[in-house]
Design a protein around this ligand. Sequence first.
Ligand code: NAD
Length: 423
Amino acid sequence: MVTAAPDNEFNVYEAAEARFEVAAKRLGLEEGLYRYMKYPNKEITVYIPVTLDNGHMEVFIGYRVHHSIVRGPCKGGIRFAPNVTLDEVRALSAWMTWKCAVVNIPFGGAKGGVICDPSKLSMGEIERITRRYTAEIIEFIGPERDVPAPDLGTNEQTMAWVMDTYSMHMRHTTTAVVTGKPLALGGSRGRKEATGRGLMIVCDCAIAKLGMKREQTRVIVQGFGNVGSMGAMLMHEAGYKIVGVADIHGALYNEKGFDIPKLIDWCYTQRKPLPEFPAGGTKMSAQEVLFQPCDIVVPAAIENQITTQNANRVQARILCEGANGPTTAAADAIIDSKGIFVIPDILANAGGVTVSYFEWVQDRQGFFWRESEVNERLKDIMEHSFDEVVRYSEAHGVNNRIAAYILAIDRVATALKQRGIYA
Ligand code: NAD
């Protein structure tokens, strides 16, 4: 029986914190360490004066939060959105700390944001906001301090402006100050596919563990943006059968499977709505598709898709979280009780930050890798991280999600203890 959703079920940041709390308790983290890891290292609020195209001056509010620098410089996106809050940026920065620690790349977590609506601003206005925001936080960022990346409302062009502004102040070109840059400015090969490729690699690990074969594995992917379309494409090429697809316009389900390159052409070259794909199968809502028969379900769109209200309808054996926070914390117990093998977001979608790490390494070396080298190194890291999470899950008798948090917290705590507290 489904009862009313618990209070705050849909607050993703509280959901991440709830899992941190469970994992910290399970690990027996001492009180002082717990407090150190719960709170950010540093928070900055900046007021950004910008002359708009109409000649008026507007002041935008921006934030940058460093959650942890214990394991290396901190790393995290900059989002431009009208509903950015300091609380949200703070929570996302902690999330980045755990994600970097799960895949064991030498970064802590950070996040930034500017309260603005990019859809209502011209390119020139966005450029001026970006440059002034960068100038205001300049002493807090840098290849050895904090390395921003794109997030909601920002992209490789935004990163090019951050890099240029920083470089002008430093009096030399510093490509390693941001990741997610255009290839011509020190971006990495393979970055565009990285998150989707990471999803496929951990799905490969999961099916091997459960004794399944790619060719007999039916997959549903919700979300057909960067993560979902690349994930679906790579899995299709590898032999998986993609039987369900969805984007914001709706979903299609077809037991026979979809021709994903044709669907990508339909959505991206012909710019047609996904649910109108010819001979595309049964139409349904973008959420409903998650509950159709399949072996792997990959929510790769937005948060809060699998909740206490619908988790008992998931039919998949494996839940692989492409999006951040697609399953509510309150729904975890239902998913567990059904014996579904979960590949949690902080592991499943960490391919993106891993290749960002490769971009930073390549920029610092001034030596760029072939795409095959990027992909091979990504595979090593994802497979090893998957094994570590499963090992922690078995050793601590917890589900994979809590295991991923325990692994991450353990890594940060170990580094912190070895460094000691300065003062
Ligand atoms: P995107 O904007 O490229 O694509 C989002 C997709 O989701 C689009 O196809 C959109 O139509 C669809 N969508 C939006 N609202 C929907 C809804 N209500 N129902 C169904 N579909 C909906 O974004 P992205 O970069 O692919 O990111 C997707 C998710 O993955 C986000 O949660 C993001 O935080 C997370 N993520 C992305 C990366 C990355 O490298 N891009 C890395 C880690 C995590």
